[in-house]
Write a protein that binds this ligand. Structure first.
Ligand code: PMP
Length: 284
């Protein structure tokens, strides 16, 4: 039997309920959620869930799309509309939908989705048997080599950069730059060596990075794949980022400190030119 779900103010059969492909929950995991238990048609521990929801909204700087009274009404109404006796209510609020950009506008209206899951949470056979667990390394989220849509942190970092008058941010871990929010970071030392962090799970293995490094080596540049610090980058002759959308983009200041003479450098301009020429010749 089809459930009635709630989407942005509408009650719809689940087959008709749609969220935009541009929703930031879908594209950036820029969304929060709560799951509330229902027993005998009544909400379990509801105040706690709503208090956490408010904390999550505040932490992400999202405004509440509905007030607390309306939210309680939505929970009660979805129980009633689905005649839910025992089960769960899933509530998700995402920042909303607009054209894909790590930076989001302040005028977005959040998307609100609620659905129910009928489940006998009051009689769980596993309570008798217990469950088995294994241990795994804590990795939420350290597998940055995988190109997932888990982009919320990157998006927030880029927002922070723009708020402070910059354009982007370099992530720093254990004193070393990993990469930028949506591109790989590189520097050219005063000695003319192109330094870029070696591949690992700490960064996305940029396609542009790989091609630019190949071309740099072919052009006779010496390339070192090693980690470098923000201090080294600030003292470098050039710093640049690479990505499919920016090719080779010069970075002229880091934390307000000018890189080199504070102007885009020759090496990054040359690498961009070589890269674009090479790719245009091989474009399929
Ligand atoms: N690092 C991150 C975190 C990225 O999001 C991207 C671009 N999507 C890159 C690096 C650059 O990868 P590519 O050159 O494949 O675009």
């Amino acid at each position: 039997m089809s459930r009635i779900v709630h989407v942005n103010g509408q009650w719809l059969p689940e087959e008709d309920a749609k969220i935009s492909v541009f929703d930031r929950g879908f594209l950036f995991a820029d969304a929060i959620y709560e799951v509330t238990g229902v027993i005998g048609g009544k909400l379990i521990d509801y105040e706690g869930h709503i208090a956490r929801l408010k904390r999550s909204l505040e932490a992400l700087g999202m405004h509440a799309p509905v007030d607390e009274a309306a939210l309680l009404d939505l929970h009660r109404e979805i129980v009633a509309r689905n005649d839910l006796k025992t089960g769960l209510i899933y509530l998700q609020i995402s920042r909303g939908a607009e054209d894909r950009d790590f930076l989001f506008s302040g005028t977005l209206s959040p998307s609100v989705v609620l659905f129910t899951q009928a489940r006998n949470i009051l009689e769980n056979p596993r309570w008798k048997t217990g469950i088995k667990v294994i241990t795994v390394p804590e990795g939420r989220w350290v597998s940055r080599q995988i190109k997932t849509v888990q982009l919320l942190y990157s998006s927030l970092a880029k927002m922070e950069a723009v708020k402070s008058g910059a354009d982007d941010a370099f992530f720093v871990e254990d004193g070393f730059i990993t990469e930028a929010t949506s591109s790989n970071a590189h520097m050219v030392t005063k000695e003319g060596v192109l330094v870029t962090r070696a591949l690992s799970n700490a960064l996305l293995h940029g396609i542009t990075r790989g091609s630019v490094l190949d071309l740099a080596r072919a052009a006779g540049l010496s390339v070192e794949e090693r980690s470098f610090t923000p201090e080294e980058a600030k003292a470098a002759s050039e710093v640049f980022i690479t990505s499919a959308g920016t090719f080779v983009m010069p970075v002229v200041s880091i934390d307000g400190v000018p890189v080199g003479d504070g102007q885009p450098g020759d090496v990054s301009a040359r690498l961009r030119q070589i890269y674009i020429e090479d790719q245009l010749a091989r474009a399929i």
